[in-house]
Design a protein around this ligand. Sequence first.
Ligand code: AGP
Length: 618
Amino acid sequence: MCGIVGYVGRADAAPILLDGLRRLEYRGYDSAGVAIVDGDHVEIRKCAGRIASLAKLVSENPAPGLFGVSHTRWATHGKVNDENAHPHFDASGKIALVHNGVIENYQALKEQLIQNGDTNFRSDTDTEVLAHLIGNIYRQFDGKDSKARLVNAVRAALKRVIGTYGIALVHADIANFMVGARRGSPLVLGVGKDENFLASDVSAIVAHTRDAIYLNDFDVVAVERDKFEISSLDGVSGQHPVSKVEFSAEDIKKGDYPHYMLKEIFEQPDSVRDAMRGRLTYEECTAKLGGLNMTPAELRDVARIVLTGCGTALHAAMVGEYLIEQLANIPTEVEFASEFRHRNTPMTPDTLVFAISQSGETADTLGALRESRRKGYRTLGICNNVASTIARESDGGVYMHAGPEIGVAATKSFTSQLVILTLIGLLLGRMRNLSTAQGSRIITGLEALPEQIEEVLKLSDRIKAIVKKYADVSGMLFFGRQFNYPIALEGALKMKEITYLFAEGHPSAELKHGIIALVRPDLPSVFIAPDDTVFSKNVNNIEQVKARKGPIIAITSGNGAKQLKGLVNEIIEIPAVLDPVSPALTVIPLQLFAYHLAVELGRDVDKPRNLAKSVTVE
Ligand code: AGP
C-alpha cells in the first residue's frame, strides 16, 4: 500500500510525479503529496484526498523544479488529514521523505529524538520520525561530499529501523539528487536517458522508460540524472540487471471502458488464453510448467501440497484444493497466508507449498513464503507481477501473464490463477493415476474456456438489468457446492468490496444449519448451480429458500435452466462446462453483478473505500 514516485532529470518534475501517482493510485488513495526542490529549498504540496485534489493544489500553487519525490497514501499510522500526508520534512526542513511501509519502532525512535531536542513533529506518522532521524544523523556527519553524507545518513538511520520501508528522499542543498531504499516494500529504479526514476511499481514510469532495475531488500540507491549507484546498508556496491518492462503505457490505459474493473473483466478471454499458452501438451495429455524447476521424479514424489494466499487469491487456492485432490489425489491444504506464519501447520518433508499472489507483494503472503522457505520446504509462486518480491524469492513457479490489473477488485488475475491451478492438477495427476483420456478431457475443457467466457460476457447488459431490480437490497447471500463453493465466497467478496453491501458466501448445504434464519425478501440468495454432479443437491437448497420466500438468482448451465424455471426469480444461463473448469466461468456473472450493482449505487468501483490493491502491511 502507498505508492511512491521520484524523478530527477531535465523536465519539470511536477507533471511527471503527478502522472506517476495517478498510475499508483490503486495502491492507496487517502491523501497525496509532492516535494520538489526549487533552487535552495523544498516546496511541498500535500492534502487529504485523491490525486485529483493534489493536482488542483499544484495547479493553483505551482511547485517548479527538476527533481522531487511524491506519494499516494493508504494510512497506517495517524488519521487521514493534510498533516499526515507525505512527504514529511526532517527538523531542518531541508530533507523531504516519502515512505511506503511501517516503522514498527517509531515511538521509541521518536522519544530518543525528542530527548535530543528534536521536538518539531507536525504529524502522527511513523514516516516523519524516519525523516527526522535521517536529518539528525546527517547533521552529525562530517564530510565535504554532501551526497555521500546523505547516503551514509540514510544507511545509518535505516540500521536503527525495525519494520518495512520503500523510501525516496531529496535534500534542498543537494541539487539533482535523490536517495531510495527498500526493505519489505517494493521499489524500482527506472533508467532513462538523462533522467532517472524511483517508483513502487513500474506502471508509474513505463510511459518514460521500459528499462527497470528491481531493487532488493536492504538496497540503498543514490540517483542522479545520468547515473546511479546501488549499495547495501553496509555500503557495499552492487550490480543489478536491467530488465525490460513487458507492458507498455497503452496497456495500463482504461481505453473506452468507464472503469478498469470492467476492462479487466472483459480482458478475461485473452488473459485466460495467455495463462495456458504453450503450457498444454496434446500428445501426452498433460501440462508443461518448466518454471516449477522440478524433475518428473520430484513431481511424482510430492506427497502433500499447501496452497496459501489472501483474499481472492485464497479463494483460488480453495478451488485449487478441490482440483488437485480430484485430479492428482494429493492431500492439499489451504492456509490463510496470515495464519500460516503464526501457527504450526503439520508438514511432511515432501510437502510442496504454493504462494498465490497477483501483486507478488502482499505482506502476509510474502511472510508465509519466507516462513515456508526458512523451514526448508520447496516454495513456489503463482504471481502476475513478474518482478515482484514473491516471484523473486520463490524456488520457482508459474506466471499468470494476465497483464497489469489496476482495479482494486481482482478479476482477471483470479481466472488466471484458476487456469494455472488446473494445469498444476493436470500435471501432477498425469504423473500419477490420471489417464490420457481424463487428461485430454481437461485440456478440451480448458481450451473451450476463452470462447465460453466471451459468451458469458455477452450477458453483461442482462445482468445490468437484473441488478436494477435488486438495487435496494440490504445484502446478498451466495451459495455453491464443490468447485463452486469458493466461487460463492468470491462472489460475496466482490460484492462487499465494491458495493459495501453485506454479503456472505457458504456451501449450499450449510443453509439449513443456521444461515436460513437470515432469509427474507430484501436479502436475495445467489446460487451457483451449474448442471454438474451436485446440481440436484443445489436444487434442494434452492427449494428451502423458496419455501421461505427468499428471492433467488441462479447461475446455471445445460439442463439447469429448464429445471429451475418457475423455482427461482432470475436465471443467468452460462454455457455447459466441465466441472473442474467451471469456476473460471461461473465467477464471471458474479464479477459483472458486483460491478453493475456498484455502479448503480454510485460507488467508486476502481477505488473502493478503505481498500488498496496491494496490501504490503501485515
Ligand atoms: C480482491 O478483490 C482483493 N482486492 C484482495 O482480496 C486481494 O485478492 C488480496 O489482497 C491478495 O492480493 P494479491 O493477489 O496481490 O496477493
